[in-house]
Ligand binder design. Structure first.
Ligand code: HEC
Length: 163
């Protein structure tokens, strides 16, 4: 069981970082893209580096995926981003505890970015990362890793049927 929990933990934002390239459909929402690059990408990289040990925060694809999984509807997604970036906290954080432990809670960006700018940024994130096939691929990867772990620890058999 501990092993399973560890596996789930490393599937957090940091692990997502290692697992895939971000979506590339950035034709729309130029404004949000420029704002994100200016204000957020210094910490949340949009391209996953070879060496993920250099990351100072989960990459853009990781944070987008976590927020999307909790808030799939665009308006809820946007509301979360607008709120969290101005007032982050451990209680609100959607990333796994290990992620928060590794990187610490995000410093509030209040004063550095306006709510209107955050809405544009949220549009950009929502439209660009962790979508469609990419999201599905990550789910598949998580499932495969989970199942192979389960095969090694048969005492946990059946656990993955609980979705
Ligand atoms: C100084 C580095 C830094 C900057 C700048 C920064 N972030 Fe973060 N952010 C973090 C860290 C570290 C985390 C992971 C811990 C957490 O969830 O608080 C995080 C987490 C997040 C999350 C996920 C929250 C969750 O619950 O999982 C979102 C969404 C986010 N950031 C959006 C933004 C946006 C949008 C900007 C630009 C306006 C931004 N961040 C700028 C460091 C940063």
């Amino acid at each position: 069981m501990r092993r399973i929990i560890q596996t789930l933990a490393i599937l957090g934002c940091a692990a997502v970082a290692a697992s895939g390239a971000p979506g590339m459909d950035t034709a729309k929402a130029m404004d949000g893209k420029a704002l994100f690059e200016e204000k957020c990408a210094g910490c949340h990289v949009t391209k996953i580096p070879q060496n993920t040990a250099t990351l100072v925060a989960p990459p853009a694809v990781g944070i987008t995926m976590h927020v999307k999984m909790a808030h799939p509807k665009k308006e809820d997604f946007t509301a979360f981003v607008v709120d969290y970036v101005q007032a982050p906290s451990a209680e609100k954080a959607l990333c796994e505890k290990e992620t928060v432990k590794r990187f610490g809670i995000m410093p509030s960006q209040k004063g550095n970015v306006t709510p209107a700018q955050l809405r544009a940024i949220a549009d950009y994130l929502y439209a660009t990362f962790a979508k469609g096939g990419h999201l599905k691929m990550m789910h598949e990867q998580m499932k495969r890793r989970f199942e192979s772990d389960q095969a090694k620890y048969p005492e946990n058999e059946g656990i993955s049927e609980k979705k």
